[in-house]
Design a protein around this ligand. Structure first.
Ligand code: FAD
Ligand code: FES
Length: 304
């Protein structure tokens, strides 16, 4: 496996000073591994993850498990890694690719990703075999939070969004908060993560285009029912603009707070290049924020 030196160089840059928020990977220099980004006290290290397995789970998605001890395995729900995807005979992914943590376990030192093979970067990831190494910068960004006093939350995800939302069920379970997970997909074959959610005690509801159960109005009816039953103290979503808009609208109407994990193409992933800036609403104002640095998780109310 080869890696692109240009991508590696990116990780050696020092990030611009930025706001420090809960979830930002602040650390002291003593814990920086070799090749750390922003070592000197700002960002997380570049860990050389060792591949344990990298298996297809359906036609489009693979599940990558790595041994990645240290800071990497302390990633919290919603944080991501910037992966130095392998260069292959067919592809030379120039930039790193952002990938949410599907699971991170400090006890075993394992970090997992669930990814859709779409382009040069993920095609490269798909070639990894056991004992290959993958440079992974992170954990990065601001993760999910639970509102004080929440007893039950609703998680609504589609596509790669299901990978990003899965660790939220661990966070909720550890806090004694009940989870209803609505998993949406084109068809039954593309539904993923059911056991990942149910294994933490979450109630899983599957909706698909194929079964005509995934339309916005059908999902809205489900959300209203859950709210009426006291199961929706907060909303969480990822992976679909129309579902994000739905949760935002219902959240406003019903007074339910919520968060969304945003997907945005990234270059540096560490707040330096401003390529991931989007407009967010703060009160009456629109403000520009970097998805990699201020997010990727944002309050639903801020999404424009
Ligand atoms: C914080 C974060 C977490 C992510 N977590 C996951 C994850 O857990 N699993 C997963 O499969 N993917 C995830 N993604 C998406 C993944 O990083 C992109 O799909 C990435 O571009 C894949 O690289 P690639 O080289 O294979 O495809 P590319 O060649 O980069 O892209 C393939 C196609 O997707 C389009 N595209 C790329 N990125 C985006 C984007 N952000 N929004 C809309 N269209 C885009 C491109 O224009 C192109 O048409 C995440 C993205 C972010 C920002
Ligand atoms: S990707 Fe460079 S600032 Fe976000």
């Amino acid at each position: 496996m080869q890696t692109s030196s240009m991508q590696g160089d990116l990780a050696d840059g020092q990030p611009a000073a930025g706001p420090t928020a809960v979830g930002h990977p602040v650390q002291d220099a003593s814990s920086c591994a070799g090749g750390a980004a922003g070592c000197g006290g700002v960002l997380a290290p570049d860990t050389a993850g060792r591949v344990i397995s990298n298996d297809w789970i359906n036609r489009d998605y693979k599940h990558l498990v790595l041994q990645a001890d240290g800071r990497a395995a302390q990633a919290v729900a919603g944080q991501f890694f910037h992966l130095l995807c392998p260069v292959t005979a067919d592809d030379s992914p120039f930039f790193r690719r952002p990938m949410s943590t599907y699971r991170a376990d400090p006890a075993t030192g394992r970090v997992e990703f669930l990814y859709k093979v779409t382009g040069a970067g993920t095609r490269g990831l798909a070639t990894l075999v056991p004992n290959d190494t993958l440079p992974m910068l992170g954990p990065l960004g601001v993760g999910f939070s639970l509102p004080p006093g929440a007893r039950n939350i609703v998680v609504l995800g589609r596509g790669v969004g299901l990978a990003t939302l899965a660790p939220l069920s661990d966070l909720a379970a550890a806090a004694g908060v009940g989870v209803t997970a609505i998993l949406s997909a084109r068809d039954a074959e593309n539904l993923m993560s059911q056991t990942r959610f149910s294994g933490t005690g979450a109630t899983v509801i599957e909706v698909t285009d194929e079964a005509l159960t995934s339309s916005v109005d059908k999902v809205e009816a489900l959300l209203r029912e859950l709210h009426k039953a006291g199961k929706a103290d907060a909303f969480y979503t990822c992976g679909s603009q129309r579902l994000t808009a739905l949760m935002q609208r219902l959240g406003n109407e019903l007074g339910v707070p919520g968060e969304v994990a945003m997907e945005q193409q990234m270059a540096c992933g560490i707040g330096m290049c401003y390529c991931c800036v989007r407009a967010f609403r703060e009160g009456d104002h629109l403000v520009s924020k970097r998805v990699c640095w201020d997010g990727p998780v944002f309050p639903l109310a801020e999404v424009t």
